[in-house]
Design a protein around this ligand. Structure first.
Ligand SMILES: [Zn+2]
Length: 402
């Protein structure tokens, strides 16, 4: 790739210091030089004038579901055949990249090979999209989140249903054979499964242990849907790497999460809760219905827990379960504003969570997530006047392939 010069703008480099005026030269897919404005660069470089813009490290969504199809029902997502489903996912990959997200940690593919195939095609340069850590479908138990079957009818959804140690080991090994980076477990219940509630632990400890041991034996990550306090404790005991939601963390959980802070990442997926309360009326989910389902209480619990985790220095990722009709792909950056408004992050802290912390979750610590010489040129620039951190912006990204 030719050298590209981004000149005339400001640089917010992700280190936490204020933005400063600088020109940035990108060579290949690396940041080559950062110099004072007006410094001479090679004449062969293709120059982009980004005056009145601020250049920042590419954003990282820590809980992405690119295969989610903007359907209110996960069973409707399950109905879509793999071919159509994969093509739609490639569209979402492009939308999310163009919204400034140069990396996505998948929180679950909806079919076994979609994340893997899309990741591979992006890495090969065949389609545009963010870097991806590919997950398998969410592994759930009979009756828990992702089991849409009834006694008399089979329905697929976004999950694979595994019960017992043998099924868990075999399913994990199969997904690893197919190329996933992450095994995703639904350990807690959910507000959408009345007999497996959000505040209940559903998955057995032996199943969790089997998944973690199997994944880690292959050098893979484990991420988990954990809302209940008991689930958070089991996840930590068995060395789960990424913990999603965590709203019902009790004091013991907070202490345990803090003690594990060098090893784990957590992500509140706050965008989904927020929009279920305020922006899902068009799909029949009013504030009152969300409240009756426990979402408002969950949101209040999340505010308390994640404000506390911020103070305790736990690494928290942005990413809000985008891909439902009320959380459309491409609006992912709204989570950054939620961190400021609801968890007490400063603007700088929230952007660091979305960049440097996200890069660490992508296993790119020291190689991406900051604008520094030698780092991957995962970059985004935005008009200064629109740096409100609460919307979805037009963007241009220089490089997504590794
Ligand atoms: Zn999710």
């Amino acid at each position: 790739m030719d050298a590209v010069l981004l000149r005339g703008g400001k640089v917010w480099d992700g280190s936490g210091r204020p933005a400063f005026a600088a020109d940035v030269l990108v060579a290949g897919n690396r940041i080559s030089r950062i110099q004072s404005p007006g410094t001479r660069f090679p004449e062969s470089a293709i120059a982009f004038d980004i005056a009145d813009h601020t250049l920042i490290p590419g954003l990282v969504d820590g809980h992405a579901h690119l295969p989610f199809l903007h359907k209110a029902s996960i069973a409707d997502t399950g109905d879509v055949p793999p071919e159509e489903h994969t093509l739609r996912t490639t569209q979402h990959a492009r939308v999310v990249l163009e919204a400034g997200f140069t990396s996505c940690v998948s929180g679950g593919s909806a079919k076994p090979r979609i994340d893997v195939v899309v990741r591979n095609e992006i890495n090969a340069g065949h389609i545009p999209g963010p870097r991806m850590l590919a997950a398998g479908p969410e592994l759930t138990n009979t009756g828990n989140l992702g089991d849409e079957r009834q006694m008399h009818i089979h329905r697929e959804s976004i999950a694979m249903i595994v019960d017992g140690v043998d099924e868990m080991a075999k399913t994990c090994r199969m997904l690893i054979r197919e190329g996933v980076d992450t095994i995703k477990l639904n350990i807690s219940g959910n507000q959408t499964t009345p007999n497996s509630r959000s505040d209940q632990n559903v998955m057995n400890e032996v199943e969790i242990r089997t998944a973690a041991q199997t994944a880690h034996a292959h050098g893979k990550r484990v991420a988990a849907h954990v809302r209940a306090a008991a689930s958070i404790k089991l996840a930590l005991r068995h060395k789960i790497d990424i913990l999603y939601h965590c709203e019902y963390a009790d004091e013991e959980c907070l202490d345990l999460l803090e003690a594990a802070r060098e090893r784990i990442f957590v992500a509140p997926a706050i965008g989904l809760l927020h929009n279920l309360m305020y922006e899902a009326g068009e799909w029949g989910i009013t504030y009152e219905k969300a409240e009756a389902a426990g979402v408002v209480h969950q949101f209040e619990c999340a505010k308390r827990v994640f404000a506390e985790l911020r103070k305790r220095g736990v690494r928290v990722l942005v990413g809000g379960d985008y891909g439902f009709p009320w959380t459309p792909h491409g609006t992912n950056a709204r989570d950054i504003g939620h961190f400021v408004k609801f968890f007490g992050y400063s603007h700088t802290q929230a952007l660091v969570a979305a960049t440097r912390t996200g890069a660490a979750a992508m296993m790119l610590e020291g190689r991406a997530g900051e604008i520094a010489e030698g780092f991957l040129a995962d970059l985004w620039w935005s008009p200064v006047s629109r740096m409100t951190m609460s919307g979805c912006f037009r963007s241009r990204v220089t490089s997504s392939s590794s």
